[in-house]
Design a protein around this ligand. Structure first.
Ligand code: C2E
Ligand code: MG
Ligand code: MG
Ligand code: MG
Length: 282
């Protein structure tokens, strides 16, 4: 097709690319009104201890049902929201809603459930995250130790001194910190000894081929050993099979999250699960 386009016309965009860009522009403008239209909800995915099998907490995951379009995956729209700045109000909404729900579960007599919230790079860079978290905890009444913030590796390398200060202040009041998608981001490990981290979440890509892929097995074992030596706990993401679970149990992984136990659930279904099936059967 580039040939047909003639010598002097650079053919940068195929029709497919064009519609991908169109879609991004379209999503970007839809995102600007999505909060006002109340199109977002949160789902919650439980995670379980591999020591006693009980639910230790949930991860809040945003869902967007856009008018006339339907469900759009956060993997598609979060990067767009980061670019157009909407991630700041959206991220604040997620934090507030997650804490509000966790406080409500506590009030309703369910055992206290930890809630983990994904942060985006811009929330660390462009806002005073410590001030925001303190305000949200105050407004919702959630004890700080029930909130966990999920960061990614790359967030800890840019403007590290300022980020370190904010994270140490959060740690000081009892908020927990974890590294999401561990092993897929920045390749330096030196931040692991600098930042006050509680958990490493092993990325799903290392879990999916367990136990057959020996390389993945070696990486997962090494991550678990390293984390334990550094005083951190390990959560395996994306566990879908009994065989994956067995590998993780055999190698002393602390917690797991994945479809094998439960998909992310709307809050009423999560409450039902917490009432009924609190335990993973080994
Ligand atoms: P993440 O934080 O690593 O979240 C885990 C993702 O893996 C979720 O996808 C979850 O539904 C999916 N998952 C969990 N268990 C399994 C499994 O056993 N098998 C498979 N195939 N998938 C599993 P989701 O909800 O589509 O979110 C995708 C990503 O979007 C998240 O990855 C996170 O990076 C981002 N995201 C989601 N919600 C938020 C949010 O509120 N704020 C920010 N900044 N990012 C968010
Ligand atoms: Mg996460
Ligand atoms: Mg993530
Ligand atoms: Mg992840």
């Amino acid at each position: 097709r580039a040939k047909d386009a003639g010598r002097n016309r650079a053919q940068w965009f195929t029709p497919e690319m064009d519609s991908a860009i169109q879609r991004r522009v379209d999503l970007s403008s839809r995102l600007r009104s999505a909060l006002k239209k109340a199109e977002f909800t949160l789902h919650f995915q439980p995670r379980v201890s591999l020591g006693h099998g009980k639910v230790t907490g949930v991860e809040a995951l945003i869902r967007w049902c856009a008018q006339d379009v339907g469900q759009i995956s956060p993997a598609d729209f979060i990067p767009i929201a980061e670019r157009n700045g909407m991630i700041l109000p959206i991220g604040e909404w997620v934090l507030f809603e997650a804490c509000r729900h966790a406080r409500q579960w506590q009030d309703e007599g369910n055992v206290a459930v930890n809630v983990a919230v994904n942060l985006s790079a811009r929330q660390l860079r462009d806002t005073d995250i410590f001030k925001l978290v303190v305000r949200v905890l105050e407004e919702t009444g959630l004890p700080a130790h029930l909130l966990e913030l999920e960061l990614t590796e790359s967030m800890l390398v840019h403007d590290a001194a300022r980020v370190l200060q904010a994270l140490e202040a959060l740690k000081e009041i009892g908020v927990r910190l974890s590294i999401d998608d561990f092993g897929t981001g920045y390749s330096s490990l030196s931040y692991l000894k600098t930042f006050p981290l509680d958990y490493l979440k092993i990325d799903r890509s290392f879990v999916v081929d367990l136990p057959d892929d020996l390389n993945d097995g070696a990486i997962v074992r090494a991550i678990i050993d390293m984390a334990h030596t550094l005083g951190m706990k390990v959560i395996a993401e994306g566990v879908e099979t009994r065989a994956q679970l067995d590998f993780l149990l055999a190698h002393d992984c602390d917690e797991m999250q994945g479809y094998y136990f439960s998909k992310p659930l709307p809050q009423d279904e999560l409450k039902e699960l917490l009432r009924r099936k609190r335990k993973l059967d080994f």
